[in-house]
Design a protein around this ligand. Structure first.
Ligand code: PRP
Ligand code: URA
Length: 209
């Protein structure tokens, strides 16, 4: 069974407060989302394997550790997932970035796919799916279904804010996928928005409302 990690770091809690605040404008919102994504990346990569290499310090030679093993693919779910890419790339500059375009139909609340461009070797990569909001879980579940159909073997999901309904939906559909959330909120409202949440992540990132 995969794990669900809810962050309790003071820096993440502090920054999330201002991300949630409706008076935070798009510029600051984007900066904060980047910062929180980077902080989350620290924990998301905790199980990355290490190997020893030999190096020379100015004083002597030594064996020291570097990350080995799988290559990484970052998969933002468009649009709002884009806001988390830079923070993760700051930590993982060699990662490839694949894009999955999904929007949630406002009537049916079901995800509709409209774009996909992935690295060719996704089956060899440790994929990190990025989306600030995990509400009903429909979008994340569909994106992960899709990545598995394309051959993905190792997937983690990283979200800023989740509703319990979304976490349960992804856990049920994809018990092999670890889920990392900066905050687990109370519930969904009648429009399937997360309460208290932060509103519409895409609109707040890109200033479209
Ligand atoms: C938002 C969000 C998730 C989805 C979450 O995207 O970024 O992708 O809703 O809802 P769900 O868990 O119920 O599927 P939205 O559909 O608003 O598209 P956008 O990113 O283009 O704004
Ligand atoms: N999508 C968002 O952007 N916000 C929510 O609260 C739910 C879905």
């Amino acid at each position: 069974m995969a794990k669900v990690v809810v962050f309790d770091h003071p820096l993440i809690k502090h920054k999330l407060t201002f991300i949630r605040d409706k008076n935070t404008g798009s510029k600051e919102f984007r900066e904060l989302v980047t910062e929180v994504s980077m902080l989350m990346g620290y924990e998301v990569t905790r199980d990355f394997p290490l190997e020893e290499i030999e190096i020379e310090t100015p004083v002597t030679t030594m064996k020291s550790q570097v990350i080995s093993g799988k290559k990484v693919g970052l998969i933002p779910i468009l649009r709002a997932g884009l806001g988390m890419v830079d923070g993760m790339l700051n930590l993982l500059p060699a990662a490839r970035v694949g894009h999955v375009g999904l929007y949630r139909d406002p009537e049916t609340l079901k995800p509709v796919e409209y774009y996909c461009k992935l690295p060719q070797d996704i089956e060899e990569r440790e994929l990190i799916v990025l989306d600030p909001m995990l509400a009903t879980g429909g979008s994340a579940t569909a994106a992960i279904d899709f990545l598995k159909e394309k051959g993905a073997t190792s997937i983690k999901l990283v979200c800023l804010i989740a509703a319990p309904e979304g976490v349960d939906a992804v856990k049920d559909a994809h018990p092999d996928v670890d889920i990392y959330v900066a905050a687990l909120d109370e519930k969904l409202n009648d429009h399937a928005y997360i309460v208290p949440g932060l509103g519409d992540a895409g609109d707040r990132l890109f200033g479209t409302k």
